[in-house]
Design a protein around this ligand. Sequence first.
Ligand code: TRP
Length: 446
Amino acid sequence: MAHNKKFNTRLGVIAATVGSAVGLGNIWRFPYECGQHGGGAFLLAYIVFAVAIGIPVICAEFVIGRSTGKNVAGAFKALRAAPLWRSVGWLGIFTSFLIMGFYSVVAGWCMDYIWQSLTGFGGVATEAAFHERFDEFSSDVWRPLGWTALFLVANFWVISRGVQKGIERISSVLMPLLFIILAVFCVYALTLPAAAEGLEFLLKPDFSQLTPDVLLSALGQAFFSLSVGMGVLITYASYFNRQTPLVRTATVTTALDTLVAVMAGVIIFPACFSFGEAPAAGPRLVFEVLPTVFMSMPLGRLWGALFFILLFVASLTSTLSLTEVTVAYFEGEHKMGRGKATAIDASGVGVMAALSSLSFGPLAGMTVCGLTFFNLLDFVSSNILMPLGGMLLAVYAGWVLDRSIIRHQLTPEGVRRVPAYVPLVVFSLKYLAPVAILAIFVTGLL
Ligand code: TRP
């Protein structure tokens, strides 16, 4: 069993880490957040946060994970960290439940849309008709619930098979394929009539749009999309070996993740403007815009189905990482078998997911601060809990953790002198990340 607790190859490490990062966050959440929060200004803020805060906090998680070889809670215990820091572990496990609660619902929608693409969406073609179809589907009780349940079964089945066999194998094959098909769609989207308008919306920042609300959303999106701030990467790094270069892995992951999000934007916004959808449509955006794109392409049914299949797999590699945090915790700290750990996690997640699926239909009226259960899970986990976890991780790694551990872990195997980027990472962890996150919280939440 022990050998199944490490990633096997270099490619496997990158594929699994990128697989965790790339998912619905890039293709579903990024376009809708960007569309609601000012387009280019949002993208700019997102990139700045990903580089200046995301990469350093990823490094912090990697250092904590690889140096201890433990799950989120076990790692802080092994480092003899005070209770405040250990709470990062708890926070991570709690957050993973919340994220799974809405994420698996959207993954379920993707599965339904595989089928809908194949059957040509019942022959409808206009934007309004896709809007109506989405409404009808998402407010139904059983159909979305069924798909969500099926998605969760797939997720927990892979998880129960263990780390290397399950996660690594799936990620290494299908992630490159997703990338290629996105590139094809990008080229196609650029031929649409309103391509220029769409690109301008995505790429040209209007600085007057940089409000506290937009900054908070961009920060939340950076944490969500990079899977950082809640210990998923601590868990993954505990499966890295000493040869894995941490800073490079963090940088490559961030670059690829951002590239995929930008590609999604390059597809969605030209299509939005060409087919008359508002960029600010919210979580339903890609489910209304993409079908219009597919149905306007030759062989569109097949393209559409292929796309939603790959998106389903991308979601799966992300939810595997989210589930792995909790399962590794139960295994490591409560000496549970993997099967039992999986079953406990699955039951909790199942309840959350059912409630958030129903919040599009029968429970739509149940709101907290104007947010439905689904929107609440999304907002609280990404915009509050993950940045909070990231802030605690940064302060811990920058101020408390023995500096020699950081230097040693961030210096690649065989290199004698500490590379120049290490002090930059430490600077961000000590000052930049905590201060920026705090400032954005204070202005964005008040
Ligand atoms: N980053 C993933 C995405 O963009 C979602 C995700 C996977 C995640 N694992 C995570 C988010 C851990 C937060 C924490 O789709």
